[in-house]
Design a binder for this molecule. Sequence first.
Ligand code: SF4
Length: 647
Amino acid sequence: MKVIPSICPYCGCGCALTFKIKDSEIEVLHNPEDEVSKGKPCVKGLTCAEPIFVERIKNPMIRRSKQAKFKEVSWTEALEFIRKEIEKYSGEEIAITGSGELTNEDNYVIQKFARTVLHTNNIDTTARLCHAPTLYALYQSFGITTSPNFLEDIGECDCVLLVGTNPRSNYPVAFNRLMDAKYKRGAKIISVQTIFNLTSEYSDLAICLKPNTEVALFNCILNYLIEFDLIEEKVKRIENFERLKQTVSSYTLERTSYICGLEKEILQRICEMIGSAEKFGIMHGMGLTQHIFGVENVLSLLNLAIAKNAYLLSLRGKVNIQGAGDMGCFPNLQDFWSKEDINRLQQLWGVELPKRIGKTLTETFISDPVKFYYIIAMDPAKSLPYLNEVHRNLNRMFIVLQHHYTTYTMKFANVLLPSCSLLEKEGTITNAEGRVRYVRRVISPLHSSMQDWKILVSLAQLLEVEKIFPYEEEIDIFEEITEVIPSYRHLRAKEIYSGFDGFTQKAPKFFRFNPVEFRGFEETTDRKFNFMLITARQPYHFCTGEATLRSKTLKKFLDKGFCYLNPFDARDLGILDGDLIELESRAGKLKAQVKIDPRVTQGIVVAPFFDDELLVNKLIPLSFDPHTKTPNYKNVAVRIRKLSKRK
Ligand code: SF4
């Protein structure tokens, strides 16, 4: 029997787990020494080995038209097929994805491949769909792109504000820290959401406000803190303080209670709780970012964080989505890198970077589609908004899909390349708090899978540019990362690869207030579309569900997606638990089965996005945050029509 410590492949907490391997069985156990989980990982982590043997892409496959059947071919034939296709297109016609499911080493090689071999800046990750507004706002407010604080800090707080997040369901280990604060320090938890969720039940004050009115709420709290002189003198000397004071001055309790749909007394209670907190913490998630005002929402939260000297933790989705961005998997390096850092990278690589501005994920798949897409560890046919248009565009593109599992996007692919899952890989990940952790290989690559970076290096050999990738093994790539990536330069590859965690450089470079006004509602209901749809994750399924839907244990908890409705709304519509409904938005329609849930606010319908049979993103319109092109997944007007009774 072998015992190997490695990392959970799921959420941004990035817990360490212990894997016991006997014959072909893998048992996953907690790791009592893990500083992140403190020996208490969640059920998703403890079942993370179950999916990896189920429905894999086993061998490279190609097909010459989208209607043809896939044919198994050798690696050489598949890569040669791709090489010939790549040579037909200019850099502007090509795009490639990095991914939060890959290691730092994979992501680094992908972005290098994009910029030096494909000659394009069209590289992006699913961060575009979730926390791109957080990165943009952190950079404006602190000059960094990682949460400035640590999981541990939350346990030290005496008051924690949760905004647009459900850690009980989606970040169980972060939730444990919250409970440490509550039960060991008597901390007060304030939960601000648009629907009650599993975490609301553990909060001292849980409120539901009108969707996307958070800017008004934060401005109101800031106004209260300034008016009652509840901020430190040094805060008043921070850049833009006077402008902030002026901006928030009109957000009185009366006006804000009207905008947010909250009672004035509740609002005052929130202000008092935050005003009197000595160690104040903030955790926020995608409920704040997936809006057309996503950047402004986060900027206004960061204004509050700066004013209260708060511990701030942005809860990131996938295990290495932080690292994928750190590695440069975003279209324009100049968005987050200095000129000196970009010049240094060009010198070290010995190439000139492509000059044209890169396009984001939402542009390359939807509004300005490319002709050739190299999709790695992503399921865009399920996860992107405005899915009907995405499917039409995918049908027109030449698609290389590199993944370990068969996925929904496979339907649109021309080439399938089998890659390793995280348990079959060596490398590093960077969790949501900027902790860089060593990923040990738990089992050898299954079938003919290859590690993602090795596939690209093999392709580079065919394209006769292999000299740009002089790597024998993963540690060689990490050595280069510590030379190139600005916030990783202080790290030592040997230490990380010996199993010692490191941290990225994430101390704020400055503090700056960025005053923002509440700009109105992003989408409104009318007589036809009289409900608001919010998409949300489920406790037992991770993101688009490729892995967790393959887990026998997790499927016992839930194996199908439902739409969740408030009991009073259901009664008014004559809908019973289990009935079939049609959901229609201005972007599309679909059928869904109903579950009645008293936690859902009246006038709102909640739907998950893990189930192939409930492609809820077909209902999401083409409306984006203008700075980051992050879609609005959280506030979509829909109408509900009952179709039939439950069976
Ligand atoms: S909290 Fe996240 S990283 Fe930790 S075990 Fe659960 S899913 Fe895995």
